[in-house]
Design a protein around this ligand. Structure first.
Ligand code: URA
Length: 514
């Protein structure tokens, strides 16, 4: 009997090297015992096959490994590529028999050539199901990891810590995903078996922990729960589909899961109330046309008060704008909001239903998500300038609802001079384009936002524009993935730097209308 001891739970390289030698020596699957060295104490050393085989008594045979044409090793090399891919997933499965199962399949592929054409083989089908379960676990970890910030002595920025209980040995495989997604923040993910930490330079793996090692809920999370409650739509509730996407075993570590039962319980009553409620009536505010403005140089060097007065005049003029047909149907013009001299200007697409009714940018659901990001970033909202590329709400009536409709290019272009006036008068240090419409209007050309997100561009006037997604894009995405996509979005926004009232030219309330 040969005993093969692998270096770690997910030691694919070790398994492949050991299997190659076993095949070469003609050792049948029934003659091999597979085990893993104590994962809790073993340093993470993938590809530790020589050590594994040394302990196994199979003995490292450098010559056989180096001579790929020798004996059954050559047969092993003819193993179909999709079996190698299958092994990559199956070695991550928690089944202690996984290495034995894979070696048995490998042996059979080499000795029963018909196996590769047998779509119904039970052992192969089981391995495929195991691979699928692993891939699903990888996906769920990406969707359900929830970081909470903790202060660490000696560091200016918090460490974001998450507790997660994977079904399989997926931490090492998944860690590079989090490294790419959250490259700009320091984070750690603790699981019962292993942990991983990113310090901005390298991933470090270590032993596992217990749930109490991770921080408890924080204030940011209370806001997240309020937000989750407010976007919960009783008319769209499909519990079965929700449980499928967000299996119950993950609920204990998802703060929002505690809200599902009470929200579901009141869904019927809320749905009935929504049907009974009268339609929202837009409140049109028509103000007489203001006189044309005096020409004011769009120049950051002008005193803040002069720019503030010009800004107020422009806002009044825009309130009567009918340069495109959208204004005719909207309640009012939604002008930008924030201090003259704000260091950071955020530009969205166009006001939504709530913004149209209230006359202020980013006060609806997308605005609430933005507020959450602003809080997470530690930015001072009153020091930000928020506006839109298009100043009127364009919509399509559907029943009692007004559904957002993207403005046509000519409509956005008709609004361009208002946005340019705001930029010239606010004179922000940097601009953040939220979504494709804002990016196109700010830069003068279309660009693929998914690809360009997190990157800086320079306008013809020399101003720098950071491009990222619009908050509505996150809200439209898979609800189960909102946590990670929100974290990634915050990471994009963080590239704009800090936002503090201290950076303002003068009185931060100068030019702020409300
Ligand atoms: N979406 C936007 O682009 N702007 C708003 O003000 C609200 C939603």
């Amino acid at each position: 009997m040969r005993s093969c001891v692998l270096a770690a739970e997910a030691d694919l390289a070790g398994f492949r090297a050991a299997a190659r030698v076993l095949l070469r020596d003609g050792i049948a699957p029934s003659e091999v015992g597979w085990s893993v060295r104590d994962a809790a104490v073993a340093p993470l050393a993938f590809g530790d096959a020589d050590a594994a085989l040394g302990q196994a008594g199979a003995g490292p045979d450098a010559q056989a490994d180096r001579d790929p044409d020798a004996g059954p090793d050559a047969a092993a090399r003819r193993v179909p590529a999709d079996f190698v891919a299958l092994c990559r997933d199956v070695v991550l499965h928690r089944d202690p028999q996984r290495f034995a199962r894979l070696y048995r399949l490998l042996w059979r592929l080499c000795h029963e050539p018909s196996l590769r054409h047998d779509a119904l083989d039970a052992e192969m089908a089981l391995a495929r199901r195991m691979a699928q379960a692993v891939r699903r676990d990888i996906h769920k970890m990406r969707a359900f990891v929830r970081f909470r910030p903790v202060d660490e002595p000696g560091h200016d920025t918090p460490l974001h810590v998450a507790w997660f209980e994977p079904q399989h040995h997926i931490l090492e495989t998944n860690a590079p995903f989090f490294e790419r997604r959250f490259a700009g923040m320091r984070w750690a993910i603790l699981t019962p078996e292993r942990s991983v930490r990113w310090d901005g330079r390298a991933l470090q793996f270590g032993p596992g922990g217990v749930r109490a090692d991770a921080p408890a809920a924080d204030a940011g999370e209370a806001m997240w729960l309020t937000y989750y409650r407010s976007i919960f739509n009783p008319a769209r509730l499909k519990l079965r589909a929700m449980e499928n996407e967000m299996p119950r075993r993950y609920w204990r570590n998802l703060p929002e899961a505690a809200l599902i039962a009470p929200l579901a319980a009141e869904a019927n009553a809320r749905r009935a109330a929504m049907i009974e409620a009268p339609a929202t009536v837009p409140r049109r505010r028509i103000v007489p046309l203001a006189p044309a403005p005096r020409s004011i140089a769009a120049d950051a060097a002008l005193p803040v008060e002069v720019r503030g007065a010009a800004w107020a005049a422009e806002r009044d003029r825009a309130s009567h704008c009918r340069e495109c047909p959208i204004g005719e149907h909207a309640t009012q013009t939604v002008w930008g909001e924030g201090p003259i001299g704000a260091r950071v200007m955020l530009v969205g697409e166009q006001p939504g239903d709530r913004e149209d009714l209230e006359g202020r940018p980013f006060v609806g659901p997308a605005g609430q998500l933005l507020a959450r990001a602003i809080q997470r970033l530690g930015w001072e909202r009153r020091a930000l300038y928020l506006t839109n590329a298009v100043k009127h709400f364009k919509y399509e009536p559907r029943g009692r609802r007004r559904m957002h409709k993207t403005a046509a290019q000519r409509e956005a272009d008709a609004c361009a001079h208002w946005l340019e006036r705001e930029i010239a008068l606010v004179a922000p240090g940097v601009i953040v384009a939220l979504g494709a419409t804002a990016a196109r209007q700010l830069l003068g050309h279309a660009l693929p936002v998914q690809k360009a997100r997190g990157q800086w561009f320079t306008r013809a006037d020399g101003r720098r524009v950071l491009v990222t997604l619009h908050p509505s894009a996150l809200l439209r995405g898979d609800p189960a993935a909102l946590g990670p996509s929100f974290d990634a979005w915050v990471d994009d926004l963080s590239r704009a730097g800090s936002v503090s009232a201290r950076d303002l030219d003068s009185d931060p309330t100068a030019g702020t209308p409300r």
